[in-house]
Design a protein around this ligand. Structure first.
Ligand code: BTN
Length: 276
């Protein structure tokens, strides 16, 4: 069978294919996989179904989202049959643990997986954007709920694989996808399973030992390292200065004169000369 024909036959996301990939890659704890041709948001679907999960791990994927959401109430463009929209659950084993660095870990997992697929030019923008050649390729949205005294996290990942022409993403520098690389729509089942596996293993280490073991690797991918940045929180300017990486907890460090500001939340953008 030629490649084009086989891609056409296998192009859709498939629950059975994802399960097969997870099993053949010896994932320790198999999640229950839910697939939808169309859904409001994979994150929302999991959040609405958390109370019935018991101790199970859930993975929800869709071909299209009608109300895909991004950070800070933004929309996440989610056209059909073009990208990856996936969400999965994980339970924080430690009560009161600061889990904010988790989104950095998920971005790092994605960089690892895509590097293995031969994608080059990737970088990470704090806290959770994956950047390809200065444009946004993927984003992470983590939402949390207390269920029977347990903190359950819903980790949502959107990756642009082959955006249809004309779609705009809510990102300040436009969007990137994977069309220039040897990654096709037919690879999505494999990518979803690989990303789930990588994230599960990294999350386990994070819950046991914290972020510090991932810090150097994250800093090696830092899109804005050493650059002048502005930090905004809900549109309000918090501070500006030189971005000097992240600390052991995953907080962003911004140097202003002899002060180092530790940023816990906010949006980072490059400082234009006119902002000085
Ligand atoms: C961002 O960068 O703003 C985060 C984007 C997260 C998008 C994903 S797509 C799958 C999951 N479901 C959603 O509604 N959002 C996340």
């Amino acid at each position: 069978m030629n490649n084009i024909l086989s891609e056409k036959l296998n192009i859709k996301i498939s629950k059975a294919q994802i399960e097969l990939e997870l099993i053949s890659n010896k994932i320790v704890e198999l999640p229950e996989v839910f697939y939808f041709d169309e859904i409001d948001s994979t994150n929302q679907w999991l959040l609405s179904n958390l109370s019935s999960i018991g101790g199970k791990k859930l993975l929800c994927v869709a071909e299209k989202q009608l109300s895909g959401r991004g950070r800070a109430g933004r929309e996440w463009s989610s056209p059909s049959g073009a990208n990856i929209y996936m969400s999965f659950t994980c339970v924080s084993p430690v009560k009161g643990k600061d889990v904010s660095a988790l989104s950095l870990i998920i971005g790092l997992a994605l960089v690892r997986i895509l590097n293995r697929k031969g994608v080059t030019g990737l970088a990470l923008k704090w806290p959770n954007d994956v950047i390809l050649n200065n444009k946004k390729l993927a984003g992470v949205l983590i939402e949390a709920r207390m269920i029977a005294g347990v903190l359950v996290l819903v980790v949502g990942v959107g990756i642009n694989v082959k955006m249809p022409v004309g779609f705009e993403l809510q990102a300040e520098r436009g969007w990137a996808d994977l069309v220039d690389f040897d990654v096709s729509l037919a690879d999505r089942n494999h990518l979803i399973a690989m990303l789930y596996k990588e994230c599960s293993e990294m999350i386990k280490v994070f819950f046991e030992r914290g972020f510090s073991g991932f810090r150097d690797e994250w800093m090696g991918c830092d899109a804005f390292a050493g650059q002048e940045v502005v930090i905004l929180d809900h549109g309000k300017r918090v501070c500006s200065g030189k971005e000097v990486g992240v600390d052991e907890q995953g907080y962003l460090l911004v140097q202003s004169g002899s002060d180092i500001n530790r940023i816990i939340s906010g949006d980072v953008s490059l400082r234009a000369a006119s902002n000085d």
